[in-house]
Design a protein around this ligand. Structure first.
Ligand code: NAD
Length: 362
């Protein structure tokens, strides 16, 4: 068994714990910031105001306009407002959409971002930015967009609705899955991926049963942190490429799309990723992790079909074409036929085709 690897640790500061929001003013001050723009979505405008109040004189304003996939017109507005109010940094509070908007400002103006994540998406731990223009989403990596400080306060996740909590948690597990078979996987990231997947799979049923269960929220966000860190440090493969094509072109909801596709993408790659499967089996306590994730989604009440998310069957062929348009690392060769078969299963919500169904020995 070979164990060659290269590992580059990202410079990240994390403050974690119930009530951590109270430490935000100190975190902002420690970075030397005196006028920060608070970013959030329209739905979380009141949370944005709470954050601005907590910051007192260090808050230069609130922009409650973050939207999924960072439309360029929103990014332009946010950059202009940051310049107008003389902001020297941003505090992004919310899910990947709010943090993505902070990254869009950082990309252009180099302003430091402090992230206060309230979903399990993981953007706060990555140097990956995204911008959408004319229905096409561009993404890239730039160290300037990596948040300087991340405050995880599980109390802020108590309001995240059950279905979104579950889908977002499965989105996080997808980072662990692909990090385990990534070309730049490493032993430390595998430990983080295993523990992250375990924590989320354990916590999510309790979160869905009672969204106000703070212990379960703590465990879920702890898992999300680990999975986000894996996302930030590795190169993603087929599953993330497929979800990018589905989200960017059909405007499907981000977390739910990940939840519906993940069991099928993992089942496809499993025959070529024995070590990843062994780790995930341990983390999920099940011999077939792809099937376990499909069953978990069912138990959590997350839609298991892309059809339920509004995708038309006719779009399968087009999206399969997009997903194979440019090459990327993946444990198994990616063919258009294979992607079409995978998408058909994910579209219908059928159980994943396990390696034995695919005629592939383990
Ligand atoms: P989101 O940020 O779009 O949030 C979904 C909805 O939930 C929003 O209306 C939001 O206001 C609401 N919400 C969030 N937290 C809440 C809470 N605690 N209580 C009540 N409502 C709450 O969804 P997301 O899945 O976190 O992020 C998706 C976006 O992030 C996509 O654009 C995706 O591409 C991007 N993303 C980027 C990265 C990266 O590394 N760059 C990683 C993951 C996701």
């Amino acid at each position: 068994m070979t164990r060659d690897f290269v590992y580059t640790a990202l410079p990240m500061r994390v403050v974690f714990g119930a009530g951590a929001l109270r430490r935000l003013p100190d975190e902002v001050a420690a970075l030397g910031l005196t006028r920060v723009l608070v970013l959030c979505s329209a739905e979380q405008a009141s949370t944005g105001e709470v954050v601005a109040d907590a910051l007192g004189e260090r808050a230069a304003g609130v922009l409650p306009e973050a939207r999924m996939h960072v439309p360029v017109e929103v990014a332009h507005r946010a950059r202009a407002l940051a310049a107008e109010v003389g902001a020297d940094g941003c505090v992004a509070v919310g899910g990947g959409s709010a943090i993505g908007l902070g990254k869009a400002i950082a990309l252009e103006h180099g302003l430091p971002v402090v992230a206060v994540p309230t979903t399990y998406a993981g953007s706060e731990m990555t140097p990956i930015w995204g911008l959408t223009e004319g229905g096409t989403k561009r993404t890239g990596r730039d160290p300037r967009v990596l948040p300087r400080s991340v405050l995880y306060d599980p109390e802020l996740t108590l309001t995240l609705p059950a279905e979104l909590s579950a889908a977002s948690g499965l989105n996080a597990i997808a980072h662990a899955v692909e990090g385990l078979y990534a070309p730049d996987a490493s032993p430390i990231l595998s430990l983080m991926a295993e523990e992250g997947a375990r924590a989320l799979a354990t916590a999510l049923p309790a979160v869905v049963a009672d969204g106000g269960d703070l212990d379960a929220r703590v465990e879920a966000q702890y898992g999300a942190w680990l999975c986000g860190a894996v996302l930030g440090a590795t190169t993603m493969s087929l599953h993330h490429k497929l979800c990018h094509a589905l989200g960017g072109n059909l405007d499907l909801p981000h977390a739910q799309t990940h939840a519906a596709v993940l069991p099928h993408a993992l089942a496809y790659n499993a025959p070529a990723a024995a070590r990843a499967v062994a780790v995930l089996s341990r983390a999920l306590g099940a011999p077939e992790p792809a099937l376990a994730l499909w069953e978990l989604a069912g138990r959590l009440g997350v839609p298991r079909s892309l059809r339920a998310l509004g995708m038309a069957e006719d779009d399968i062929v087009r999206v399969a074409g997009l997903a194979v348009a440019s090459p990327y690392a993946n444990p198994r060769p990616v063919t258009r036929d294979a992607v079409e078969t995978l998408l058909r299963a994910a579209w219908s919500g059928a159980p994943p085709h396990l390696p034995r169904d695919q005629g592939v020995p383990r």
